[in-house]
Design a protein around this ligand. Structure first.
Ligand SMILES: N[C@@H](CCC(=O)NCCCC(=O)O)C(=O)O
Length: 267
């Protein structure tokens, strides 16, 4: 691909580093409206030998901007966020106090475009919930109040790092993408920092893993080379946690493969 992100302009770098678009969250910094992303998400992408690029919400409002920007990207990463998807997006009523409508709009457009164009997509926590809603599914708004479900929220009385400690196991569904990516595991421990969760999945999604209470913990898109959403935070300790590392490496490998295929088509 002949643009500023191409291998030719990467100096001595020989193995191509895929360029990954990362969504940001509406925030306020020093009373100024701001778009922010936790560095841990960018670090996880750098650590897997790829280059993150942050994507402003305004892209969703500019005609043709998503298609144009995707021509220079090899993958999309959807981060977690304290904000919640607005319930009208999945057919429910009510006001969402922690809304971020700009992020909803951008993520939904990115998801539809990456699924149509078969561009790799990796989504964590809110990102998984966006993948569920963008493909016609719905969410539990407060998992902890649903009969039979555990409380999947973090313990906010703990120090920040401890809130990301492993909280419960997830069980991999046989025959899916996760079982292919993690052949040595049938289950593993994950952290858990969410109040919402997948309720109903649209036909495009397959369940990849479940929590002990049966809550959906990972999904993939059927017939797509790599579109994976996980309800936990693989970006946390992504270099030292073997499962997280394997997932990020597999995502970036899929992005590199897609880039090579597109480059070959253009030649
Ligand atoms: N708000 C949603 C999604 C939860 C989520 O993504 N948490 C991440 C918080 C901060 C971070 O580490 O990025 C819910 O509550 O379910």
């Amino acid at each position: 691909m002949g643009n500023i992100f191409s291998t030719a302009s990467a100096g001595k770098q020989t193995s191509y580093r895929p360029v990954i678009g990362v969504v940001m969250c509406e925030n306020t910094v020093d009373e100024n409206p701001a778009l922010t992303v936790h560095e841990k998400y960018l670090d996880a992408i750098f650590n897997a030998d790829a280059l993150p690029v942050c994507l402003p919400h305004e892209l969703a409002a500019r005609d043709g901007a998503i298609d144009q920007i995707l021509r220079g990207l090899d993958g999309i990463f959807l981060t977690g966020s304290p904000s919640n998807i607005e319930p009208h997006q999945y057919g429910e009523e009510g006001v969402e106090a922690l809304a971020d409508p700009g992020r909803d709009r951008l993520s939904f457009q990115l998801i539809r475009a990456t699924l149509d164009k078969k561009i790799p997509l990796f989504a964590a926590c809110r990102g998984l919930q966006e993948l569920v809603v963008a493909t016609g599914g719905s969410l539990y708004r407060k998992v902890q109040e649903e009969p039979g479900f555990m409380d999947h929220r973090e313990d906010t009385s703990l120090p920040h790092d401890a809130q990301y400690d492993p909280a419960h196991p997830v069980f991999i569904e046989p025959g899916g993408l996760l079982s292919e990516l993690l052949p040595d595991y049938q289950q593993f421990q994950v952290n858990s920092l969410h109040g919402q969760g997948a309720k109903r999945l649209g036909a495009e999604l397959a369940v990849e893993a479940r929590a002990p209470d049966n809550l959906v913990e990972a999904v993939s898109v059927r017939g797509h080379p790599f579109a994976l959403g996980v309800q936990w935070h693989p970006e946390w300790h992504s270099l030292t946690d073997p499962v997280s590392r394997q997932l990020f490496n597999a995502f970036i490998a899929a992005c590199r493969k897609g880039h090579q295929a597109r480059s070959a088509q253009e030649e």
